[in-house]
Design a protein around this ligand. Structure first.
Ligand code: ADP
Length: 262
């Protein structure tokens, strides 16, 4: 007997292809004259839609700056940033705020949950504030993907760190943003809880078609991504497809060794 093989439906992609975000000749400098620092030095990057991209590099290499610029949280000195086809560089504050609210999701190291609201209320809060209608089917899918169905009535204080971060992930996913940015999203978690959250991020990309960009210093976390971009001194110095924790670690050791001998 043969069984029909069906192609899984990826709800979140909406037929999007190509780049979810891109930067062209992106420069960000801080300070003036002698104290001038080029945090980003003519960076060109394309963030693939429906993929999980990690940004790595030593402390001070420009990871956070790149993420903040791509997410429209920081202004650029020169160059261009596009979210899909929209150029965000040069957008006025009001439009940028609206774009961030409507099209971008964030997961920070601190979960930023409201203590007086339960998990479900925290997840739907941004949409409630924006006056957006909640797509119940999608919400159910997100909640079951992140494994929170049994915890929806719990307040943050009644949840473990890993569960709280899963609520933060669900909150970001629920609004169906085009792209989610994570800044060390597992930085505050022990390795088991971190693995759980990274597993959910991975699943949301594979099964829900979400696009995720994550800054991390952790090779294990980077191993969950489809691609790792390595920064040094504000430039992209390497790009790895289908990373594993071991390969990322090797690459980092190479950088260190080169740094010491040069
Ligand atoms: P990373 O995230 O890789 O640690 P950052 O993007 O935070 O690196 O910083 C890149 C460079 O820009 C560093 O040299 C840092 O000192 C500098 N920098 C970042 N933010 C500021 C700021 N607000 N004012 C001055 N310098 C900054």
């Amino acid at each position: 007997m043969t069984t029909a093989v069906t192609t899984p439906q990826h709800g979140g992609t909406g037929g999007r292809t190509g780049s979810a975000a891109r930067a062209r000749q992106l420069v960000k400098t801080y300070g003036e004259g002698e104290t001038r620092v080029a945090a980003l030095d003519h960076v060109d990057v394309d963030i693939a839609s429906g993929k999980f991209t990690a940004i790595m590099g030593p402390s001070g290499s420009g990871k956070s700056t790149l993420m903040h610029c791509l997410a429209g949280l920081d202004t650029v000195t020169s160059g261009q940033i596009f979210l899909d086809e929209t150029e965000i560089t040069g957008l006025k504050d009001k439009k940028l705020t609206k774009l961030r609210r409507d099209r971008i999701g964030f997961i920070f190291q601190a979960y930023n949950l409201l203590p007086t609201l339960n998990a479900l209320e925290n997840i739907t809060l941004p949409m409630d504030i924006a006056g957006r209608k909640i797509d119940q089917d999608w919400l159910d899918q997100v909640v079951s993907t992140v494994g929170l169905a049994e915890r929806l009535k719990h307040r943050p204080a009644q949840l473990s760190g890993g569960q709280q971060q899963r609520v933060a992930v669900a909150r970001a996913l629920a609004a169906r943003p085009e792209i989610i940015f994570g800044d060390e999203p597992t930085g505050n978690l022990d390795s088991r809880a971190g693995a759980e959250v990274l597993g959910f991020l991975r699943t949301s990309v594979t099964e829900l078609g979400q696009t995720i960009v994550m800054v991390t210093h952790d090779p294990v976390a980077a191993g969950y991504a489809d691609r790792v971009i390595f920064l040094a001194d504000g430039r992209i110095v390497d790009d790895m497809a289908d990373p594993t924790a071991d390969r990322v670690l090797d690459r980092m050791r190479n950088f260190d060794a080169r740094g010491r001998t040069s």
